[in-house]
Design a binder for this molecule. Structure first.
Ligand code: BGC
Length: 353
């Protein structure tokens, strides 16, 4: 059995663009512990009790800041922005002006560009071991986006084993915003095999089918009688139909499920019958990108010394829909001066009954 320990503060002392990096930890009354770094305002580890009361680290990640800098996969645990997910052809129009972004994912712009928020050292403040606040000011024109964006991401650890993530952003010029958290979860423990036997339940009636560049066509499709029907809990491996054209395009699941649940009702649940650990996701966002880590390449070695192979983790990225800046029928991602962008996501851990 792997013995999981929290990463050491000293191993997270580094520097990016003259800003120092650190590690922060939160702990609650039931013994759950979560570690964060200001590099990318990211989650480094999540230790939660399994059915035997052992603490299991369910978040993929690395044991030092240098491993994060060197990693093949750049988004482990990170706060992703200014625009999480894809913008087709790295281009969009806003108030009559065309904005061009770097195409870092085939023809698309992905996750705010190569120097997106995941790659910045955020300012931070820790309160009472319960909450950590991260702040970043993205200058006008950064990665091609208009407007100075002031972003605040806070993580709170409750005594009910919830990680409560709150996002807030304001701008001085009309811009687009889509923020998410990119934690890769494995509920058997990071580095402990694949996630194909995890059970998934998502009440979404529709999802967004994608083209060959993983861009949604622009319409919602019913999940009924497809590989995307998780309205009743199903094992990933049993749902994942390799003949399905959509599954082939995503190389597995890499699709947005349309979320109609309010923050008080579960938008997605994943659990492992092996560890007994269950993750419930609650969100104010209209979409959840369910991604089965298809592009994890095996080049990265994680905290406990195991390689991160394809489908060794899953993400539930709560967000607006991909390519919304080019789709007037999608919920708007436009933020104007004077308005406040706010959004909340809760990752709640528990045990299968
Ligand atoms: C995307 C994947 C991408 C991954 C990058 C996910 O949000 O949907 O296609 O490979 O991020 O790590």
């Amino acid at each position: 059995m792997t013995i999981y320990t929290l990463p050491k503060h000293i191993d997270f002392e580094g520097q990016v663009n003259a800003k120092n990096t650190h590690l922060f930890t939160l702990k609650n009354r039931t013994g759950m512990e979560v570690a964060f770094t200001d590099f990318g305002a990211r989650i480094v580890s999540i230790l939660v009790p399994d059915k035997n009361g052992n603490l299991i680290d369910v978040a993929l990640g690395f044991k030092s800041i240098h491993d994060y800098f060197a990693a093949d996969e750049k988004y482990h645990g990170a706060s992703v922005g200014r625009y999480a997910n894809r913008i087709a052809n790295g281009r969009f129009e806003l108030e009559g002006k065309t904005y061009t972004l770097q195409q870092n994912n085939g023809p698309n712009s992905l996750h705010g560009g190569p120097q997106g928020f995941h790659n910045k050292v955020w300012d931070r403040q820790v309160s009472m071991q319960k909450k950590v606040d991260f702040y970043y000011t993205s200058p006008d024109g950064e990665e091609g986006f208009p407007g100075t964006l002031n972003v605040h991401v806070s993580y709170e650890l409750s005594n009910d084993n919830e990680i409560i993530i709150h996002y807030r952003a304001t701008t001085d010029k009309t811009t687009v915003v889509n923020l998410t958290n990119h934690t890769y979860f494995n509920l058997n423990g990071e580095g402990d095999g694949d996630i194909l036997s995890h059970m998934v339940e998502i009440p979404a009636e529709t999802y967004l089918p994608i083209d060959e560049h993983a861009i949604p066509f622009g319409f919602e499709s019913p999940v009924d009688e497809t590989a995307f029907d998780f309205r009743l809990a199903r094992k990933i491996v049993e749902a994942l139909n390799p003949e399905d054209e959509q599954i082939q395009r995503g190389h597995g699941y890499d699709h947005t499920f349309v979320n109609k649940q309010p923050l008080t009702q579960v938008a997605a649940t994943v659990y492992s019958e092996v560890s007994g650990i269950k993750l419930d996701v609650f969100t104010t966002e209209p979409g959840i990108q369910f991604y089965t880590g298809n592009f994890l390449s095996g080049k990265d070695t994680g905290k406990s010394g195991n390689r991160y192979l394809s489908q060794s983790a899953f993400c539930l990225e709560t967000q607006h829909f991909p390519d919304s800046p080019n789709r007037s029928n999608f919920p708007s991602v436009v933020l104007k001066p004077g308005a406040v962008f706010e959004s909340t996501t809760i990752y709640k851990f528990g045990l299968v009954k």
